[in-house]
Ligand binder design. Structure first.
Ligand SMILES: Cc1ncc(COP(=O)(O)O)c(C=O)c1O
Length: 555
């Protein structure tokens, strides 16, 4: 055994030296040049080294001829792999990370789909050289939107933290699947630590959670465990075996609640919309009214969703008042904090979720306000064991109960998935680096930037703030010069509705920034600025206002 280990070390060390030997490595001229450049002098294999290598390989007598050939070839193949990865890594650091975060660089290099098909060779078929693949990778970076850029304000995610990025790379390298402790020992324990930490922030004294592929799926989990909690027989008998249940959510909730209800076979007619006030918050009195109406119609209310940070306006529903109603009518209360959940890390802004500890479940996406790379989302519940009871299938090939270790660390049967990606490491490593204080500082900064932008919008000619920011969403109109001071007729609003798409086209084609626009209810297209990049600074807000003015004033 000892000599075998020594021998294999010799193979390795010989292989290392052999990278400079032109006879052993049929490298392209450019590669030869690169290798020569990297070493002071090209190293010639000495006779001694030569013989050591030969001896080492010869000692593996039990190996087949094929295997020997493979061993001889291995250093060359390994070297090629390293070189490919080295070059890709360098490109990712330089262009995917550093350049993408540079305010002097473009956020996007926009091409129409047909043009882009010409620019990138997407076709699959014959084997492609490393050189070509690397050049394709360069194009992939070039034509992808730089979500890490400080002027990307388009959606509820963005920025790129270096520790988290490192966590992503390490995640992909380890390629763990988080169903059992046996294949994922480190990350199983890590998940538990992060879940406990976040349960503590929510105020669920005990409980459980599951990392899910996004906020939408997290909300669906909540709808499902709530139904199972009330009607455990649904798992066996299906929806025909239980009453005609219905759920309640505000008219400004995320669309995933509707998707979930439809997916679960409840039907969209059984999702009842509750009215919101001028700020987009659920009106509790309307919730109670709708519950009573549903009961009178013979429906069985079971679930209420309160949103903590609505997608467009960033409104926080009054959780405490909604909890009172849920308690009164014995309904499951879920808080969709996919967006605003991160406020729980701030002493200043956590009161926005006052009463969240009274909920039965909560969705929270660290990939939004906390700036963790996609995807990182969790569903929490204070009902320990429920996720497992509701979703378990007891697959005997995976979740054997007679394993030699504590099988409570096998978390896979709580999930609706089988294989489950490691989404915890990038969050854990970022939290390790920032500490609680760092996250709090960054969350506070985002809220401060949103307030600063709202102030700019109020002060600047041509801009109109729609409502005070509640989360880090800032919603406003821009009025081009020719439309200022005119009567606000339907025609005038029709003209205003064209401003968003036009300005958006301008910014995309210039590559200067990305800000979203949308209509909402009775409102025609307006801008929705989202701050979810932890590196955002106030001067970025100045830039946004100047750029919209530049692109829109003469429309
Ligand atoms: C309030 C809210 N809930 C849920 C979601 C869905 O999250 P995901 O995009 O991760 O599915 C979003 C997405 O923007 C959201 O704003």
């Amino acid at each position: 055994m000892a000599s075998c280990m020594t021998d294999s070390f010799k193979v390795h060390s010989c292989a290392h030296k052999r990278i400079h030997d032109k006879n052993d490595f049929e490298v392209e001229p450019t590669e030869k040049q690169r290798i020569t450049m990297l070493s002071d002098k090209p190293v010639r294999k000495s006779n001694k080294e030569n013989s050591m290598c030969n001896v080492t390989i010869k000692t593996k007598e039990s190996h087949s001829e094929n295997h020997k050939k493979h061993e001889k070839k291995a250093p060359k193949q390994e070297k090629a792999k390293h070189e490919f990865l080295d070059k890709l890594y360098e490109m990712m650091i330089k262009d995917g990370f550093m350049k993408a975060r540079d305010r002097n660089e473009k956020v996007v290099e926009f091409s129409y789909p047909e043009e882009l098909k010409q620019k990138i060779d997407f076709d699959l078929g014959s084997k492609t050289s490393d050189e070509k693949i690397l050049s394709l990778c360069q194009d992939i970076i070039k034509y992808s939107v730089k979500v890490a850029h400080p002027r990307f304000f388009n959606q509820l995610y963005g920025g790129l933290d270096e520790y988290s990025l490192g966590g992503c790379w390490l995640t992909e390298t380890m390629n763990a699947s988080l169903y059992t402790y046996e294949v994922s020992p480190v990350f199983s324990l890590m998940e538990r630590v992060v879940i406990d930490k976040m349960l503590g922030k929510i105020g669920f004294e005990d409980g459980d959670a599951m990392f899910c592929p996004g906020g939408s799926i997290s909300n669906m989990y909540a709808l499902n465990i709530a139904r199972y909690f009330k009607y455990p027989e649904v798992k066996k008998k299906g929806i025909k075996g239980i009453p005609d249940i219905c759920a309640f959510t505000s008219e400004k909730c995320h669309y995933s609640i509707g998707k979930g209800v439809a997916f679960m076979g409840m039907g969209l007619d059984n999702l009842i919309n509750v009215k919101t006030d001028a700020n987009g918050k659920m009106i509790p009195e309307d919730l109670e009214k709708k519950i009573l109406e549903a009961k009178a119609e013979g429906k069985t209310p079971y679930f209420v969703n309160a949103t903590a940070g609505t997608t467009v306006f960033g409104a926080f529903d009054p959780i405490d008042e909604i909890a009172d109603i849920c308690q009164k009518y014995n309904l499951w209360m879920h808080v969709d904090g996919a967006w605003g959940g991160g406020a729980l890390l701030s002493k200043t802004y956590s009161p926005l979720l006052k009463g969240v500890e009274r909920a039965d479940s909560m969705t929270w996406n660290p990939h939004k306000l906390m700036g963790v790379p996609q995807q990182c989302s969790l569903v929490f519940t204070k009902h320990k064991g429920l996720l497992e009871q509701c979703h378990s299938a007891n697959a005997s090939y995976l979740f054997q109960q007679d394993k030699f270790y504590d099988v409570s660390y096998d978390t896979g049967d709580k999930s609706i998935q089988c294989g489950r990606k490691n989404d915890v490491l990038k969050l854990w490593i970022m939290w390790k680096n920032k500490g609680d204080e760092g996250f709090e500082r960054d969350i506070d900064n985002q809220f401060e930037c949103a307030k600063y932008l709202a102030q700019l919008v109020q002060e600047r000619e041509g801009f109109e703030l729609m409502l005070e920011p509640q989360c880090t969403n800032v919603c406003f109109y821009y009025i081009p010069k020719r439309l200022r001071g005119l009567e606000r007729t339907p025609e005038w609003w029709n003209e205003i509705s064209k401003v968003g798409p036009k300005v958006k086209e301008g910014m995309m084609k210039a590559g200067s920034m990305m800000v979203g626009y949308q209509p909402d209810g009775d409102f025609v297209n307006f801008f929705r600025m989202i701050i979810s990049n932890l590196d955002t600074v106030k001067s970025d807000m100045d830039f946004v206002v100047d750029e919209i003015d530049r692109l829109g004033k003469d429309l």
